[in-house]
Write a protein that binds this ligand. Structure first.
Ligand code: ATP
Ligand code: MG
Length: 279
């Protein structure tokens, strides 16, 4: 039985749940196209200078609506969005405060907005970069034909979020797979959108190289495997390497045969296809 049901109390999220952390990744850890990398560097630079220009130098009064307070990282799963959010914070020498929808969601009307407010407060207090991962859950369009209570709650959450974004003086990062669901009011406030694509052959080669440990005995040909499998993400490559290594270990092999890696990739691709209903 869940905590909630047991004591029949609304889920209370204490401020302590929003703990800023040291960024886990730097820009060097992510293989991205030059175009995307440059966009990210631009954003980091903007965030770095935003406080000085808008707050210290007073542009917040003369250029009220020019201030871009948010960046949105969007694109397919496993392409490095969450990593990039960490890397931006690291680049700025700041901690990151990660907010997942599960951390703030409550089925009780009024609780979700309260939790969002706590996240903003915690970020402000600790001077960390606020990062809403899986942001579509919070920033999505108003859902109609729901029960009235849920509808009220969704609207409350949206308007509180908008208000807090307007008040917040710092930079916010969002990440999502479903940009289509974003509410236009949020879209207006987030004016930097960085699209994450699946890696091309050149990037795939670098990602494969990155996830093959130098201690590992193997016969993988980087050019061959980067060419052979298209349509896979960085996350797929990382998983395929680990899965096939475990298989080789289980089979008591002394080295990792590339056939096992191929199998692992094909397995992942088949799973993805099935998930999309195309099998
Ligand atoms: N561009 C990349 N370069 C290096 N590693 C990557 C890259 N993309 C993904 N990975 C690997 O995949 C893992 C998952 O990436 P990440 O969590 O950043 O993806 P995401 O885009 O946030 O996915 P989701 O949309 O599912 O949240 C990373 O921890 C890393 O191991
Ligand atoms: Mg992510």
């Amino acid at each position: 039985m869940s905590e909630e049901k047991k004591n029949n109390q609304p889920k209370k999220v204490e401020e302590e749940i929003f703990i800023p952390e040291e960024p886990k990744f730097s820009l060097d850890d992510i293989i991205l196209s030059d175009a995307v990398k440059n966009q990210i560097l631009d954003v980091a630079n903007y965030a770095e200078n935003s406080f000085r220009v808008f707050e210290l130098w007073g542009f917040k009064t003369t250029h009220k609506f020019s201030r871009r307070i948010g960046i949105n990282l969007y694109g397919l799963p496993g392409t490095g969005k969450t990593m990039a959010a960490h890397a931006i914070a690291k680049n700025l020498g700041r901690k990151i405060l990660v907010v997942n929808y599960a951390d703030i969601e409550s089925k009780f009307v009024g609780e979700t907005p309260k939790n969002i407010r706590k996240a903003f407060e915690a970020a402000k207090k600790s001077n960390s970069i606020l990062f809403f991962d899986e942001a579509d859950a919070i920033l999505s369009k108003r859902v109609t034909n729901m029960t009235q209570a849920v509808d009220v709650s969704v609207n409350q959450t949206r308007s509180v979020m908008l208000m807090l974004m307007n008040e917040f003086q710092d930079f916010i990062i969002f990440a999502t797979n479903f940009i289509e669901n974003f509410d236009p009011a949020f879209m207006r406030r987030i004016s930097v959108h960085v699209k994450f694509e699946l890696p091309d052959e050149e990037c795939r080669k670098k990602i494969w190289a990155m996830y093959i440990p130098k201690e590992l005995p193997h016969n993988i040909d980087l050019d061959e495997i980067a060419k052979k499998y298209d349509g896979i993400s960085g996350s797929d490559i990382s998983n395929a390497m680990l899965n096939s290594a475990f298989k080789a270990a289980r089979l008591r092999m002394d080295s990792l045969d590339k056939k096992l890696v191929f199998e692992a990739v094909e397995n992942i691709l088949a799973g993805k296809k099935a998930n999309l209903g195309v099998n």
